[in-house]
Design a protein around this ligand. Structure first.
Ligand code: C5P
Length: 291
């Protein structure tokens, strides 16, 4: 058996809102996710023995590799197919961590796809997504990829026409608490979403995307987590600079702190201006091909 290599693409949320709270404590979401060309490389090599070995280049791995989503994904895959797993997993990290870009979920999804390929596709895409959901809410999207509408906890509903013909600038605008804490802060801010205006602008965003308006559809977009950054000086400054340098829209990704700007031409001026202020920035393009 030869080693396999998978690209784990970052994602942005073209639209993200809460449509309700669930009894299990999670939030019902409506979101449109889009892969972008920033990626981690995940190489998986079969081994004779030694169990699951994980190494990350470009990121200090947590002291206990077993808590890494990529490791958990490998364990879950081997449990599902009833095999003893002996593999080396090597991740070249480029996606910034805990930034709202789905890096950890993308790595976990790439491990599931890669192991499935390595062992002759024993599991269907739907089975991989079920395993993915047990690892994290964004993992099913990362398995399917492209541009997808996701609802519920994050279940993939269907593919939708994505954005194209634009350049994307990602900027990590500060730091944030954990995703769980961000949801807790939202619950406080919106009083558990009682009387909240759910899904504003979703139909318009979707209609514009499906009608081919592409990136410019995002004039109507919404990310419910934006409200948590109203008082963040860094966030507001990053958004202002992107707009001044020609971004047609600037939106938060996931629960932050990354924002993305959509540019008709090159985002170079904004890239340079933000780098000069020591903001981490990445120029990339939308990915419409599935991973
Ligand atoms: O699924 P994942 O482990 O990525 O979620 C992290 C945390 O974010 C969860 O523990 C939960 O508090 C919150 N969450 C939520 N509703 C979702 C997804 C995540 O409340 N749909």
């Amino acid at each position: 058996m030869k080693a396999v290599i998978e690209r784990a693409y970052a994602k942005i949320n073209l639209y993200l809102d809460v449509v309700g709270k669930r009894e299990d404590g999670y939030h019902e979401l409506i979101t449109i996710m889009q892969n972008v060309s920033l990626y981690d490389e995940v190489r998986i090599e079969p081994r004779e023995s030694g169990g699951i070995f994980l190494e990350c280049e470009g990121m200090p791995i947590s002291l206990d590799a077993r808590k890494n989503l990529a490791y958990i994904a490998a364990e879950a895959f081997f449990a599902a197919v009833g095999k003893v797993g002996n593999v080396g997993i090597f991740i070249k990290k480029q996606i910034p961590v805990s930034a709202g870009l789905g890096g950890g979920s993308a790595d976990a999804a790439a491990v599931l796809r890669g192991l499935n390929r390595l062992f002759g596709q024993p599991l269907s895409a739907a089975e991989l997504c079920d395993i993915g959901m047990s690892i994290g809410s964004d993992v099913p999207f990362c398995i399917v990829g492209g541009t997808q509408i996701c609802r519920g906890r994050g279940e993939v509903v269907r593919e939708v026409r994505g954005i194209d013909g634009c350049s994307i600038l990602l900027a990590v605008a500060g730091s944030k608490a954990s995703t769980a804490e961000q949801y807790r802060l939202l619950d406080m801010k919106y009083k558990d979403f009682v009387g909240y205006n759910h899904g504003v602008g979703y139909e318009e965003t979707l209609a514009a995307l499906e009608g081919g308006a592409g990136a410019w559809a995002l004039a109507h977009t919404r990310n419910v987590f934006d409200a948590l950054y109203e008082d963040s000086g860094v966030m507001q400054e990053v958004k202002r600079i992107m707009r001044e340098c020609g971004a047609r829209s600037v939106v938060l990704s996931g629960s932050g702190p990354s924002v993305f700007g959509l540019f008709e031409g090159s985002p170079e001026e904004a890239h340079r201006a933000l780098m000069e202020r020591s903001v981490k920035v990445y120029s990339c393009d939308p990915i419409t091909d599935l991973p």
